[in-house]
Design a binder for this molecule. Structure first.
Ligand SMILES: *[C@@H]1O[C@H](CO)[C@@H](O)[C@H](O)[C@H]1NC(C)=O
Ligand SMILES: *[C@@H]1O[C@H](CO)[C@@H](O)[C@H](O)[C@H]1NC(C)=O
Length: 336
């Protein structure tokens, strides 16, 4: 037992970043990624205990069996209208994508779609969430929470944080979603990228404020002071949720990150590493200025650079790891 004891003691000193409430998104939009069994082993090697999976990929779910990794499982955006159409359709989704894995995979949440709004038709999201929740409860797995993930662009106003408000376009959809979430005691899933806040307005947003390394208050909002953009963005969400009937709903940050390449000197491995290391430290601290007691669970986007991800070059360079499993920069310490 001695070697194990020593390993654990050493780990408790150097492995502090392998915190329990931090996860990493496992995106699969690459043609050169390692097989899922190796990916699960890589999560375990680095002590990453939570994973967000964007859709019910059977081989990834198979590889997760017995791993102990806690999973957010996504419902494909294109499946939402059908799931909302009837309880039988929701049952079908459950039977195909969840039931075969329930005994062996630790599911934390079901994410009914990712960033459907703004832009897409969100009118069936709340109904699909409700139908899936009904099935889970009937199968006695109601502890798995059902939600949906939205980006910052659902906010029509985000600054100052107290003025946060959903845009007119999504207001009705967000009210319906928040209604389901508050009835179920489930959190809203929000994708929060200070990177976009910074690159959208570098003249007014200090890089240090985006990277969690400003000293002291940068933005004052009434009685509240903000030393980092992430907190300001999350509080803008809370403000918007309060105005749309969701004042009791909490949040989980289902994506955050910083690309390491693709946009000149603001996308270097050094800056991306700084962001993600500080993000983890931030999650381990208290809540935001608006809700200091509400600790936030978060997920880094993403595990790998994904060469088939559409969009600008930065999109393909959000990974903590190269497809060959080598780190792009240091965030997590190996534990096994
Ligand atoms: C914050 O304080 C540290 C330590 O005093 C210093 O090294 C760093 O340059 C300061 N950062 C800013 C943005 O002023
Ligand atoms: C990037 O380069 C520009 C132009 O030289 C400079 O003004 C800016 O401070 C640099 N940004 C970083 C993050 O190094």
């Amino acid at each position: 037992m001695a070697p194990l004891w020593i390993a654990l003691a050493v780990c408790s000193i150097i492995c502090s970043r392998a915190a329990a409430d931090v996860g990493v998104c496992y995106g699969l939009q690459g043609d050169n990624l390692p097989p899922p069994e190796e990916v699960v082993a890589l999560y375990k090697h680095y002590g990453i205990q939570r994973m967000r999976l964007f859709d019910p990929n059977p081989s990834a779910l198979e590889a997760l069996k017995g791993s102990g990794i806690a999973v957010i499982l996504g419902v494909r955006n294109s499946d939402i209208p059908n799931i909302a159409s009837s309880q039988a359709a929701a049952q079908q989704w459950f039977d195909t994508n969840l039931a075969p894995y329930l005994n062996d995979v630790n599911f934390l949440y079901i994410a009914v779609g990712n960033e459907v709004i703004p832009g897409g038709d969100g009118s069936t999201i709340a109904g699909a969430m409700q139908n899936i929740q009904t099935i889970l409860s009937s199968k006695n797995v109601g502890g798995i929470k059902v939600s949906t993930a939205v980006p910052m662009t659902v906010l029509g106003t985000s600054f100052p944080p107290s003025a946060g408000q959903f845009s007119k376009e999504v207001d009705g959809v967000m009210r319906a979603i928040l209604g389901v979430l508050s009835a179920q005691g489930s959190p809203l899933m929000i994708n929060v990228y200070p990177y976009y806040g910074y690159v959208g307005d570098p003249a007014n947003v200090p890089l240090d404020y985006a990277l969690f390394r400003a000293n002291g208050t940068v933005v004052k909002d009434g009685p509240l002071g903000y030393s980092n953009l992430f907190d300001a963005m999350v509080d803008a969400f809370y403000s918007a949720m309060e105005k749309a009937g969701g004042s009791t709903v909490s949040v989980v940050v289902t994506e955050s990150g910083w690309p390491s390449s693709g946009k000149g000197n603001v996308t270097t491995p050094e800056i991306a590493g700084t962001y993600n290391r500080n993000f983890l430290t931030r999650l381990n601290a208290n809540g935001t200025p608006k809700r200091p007691d509400a600790k936030i669970d978060g997920y880094i986007f993403a595990m790998f650079n994904e060469n088939l991800k559409p969009g600008p070059a930065t999109e393909q360079n959000f990974g903590l790891f190269y497809p060959n499993k080598q780190p792009v920069y240091h965030v997590f310490n190996p534990i096994i």
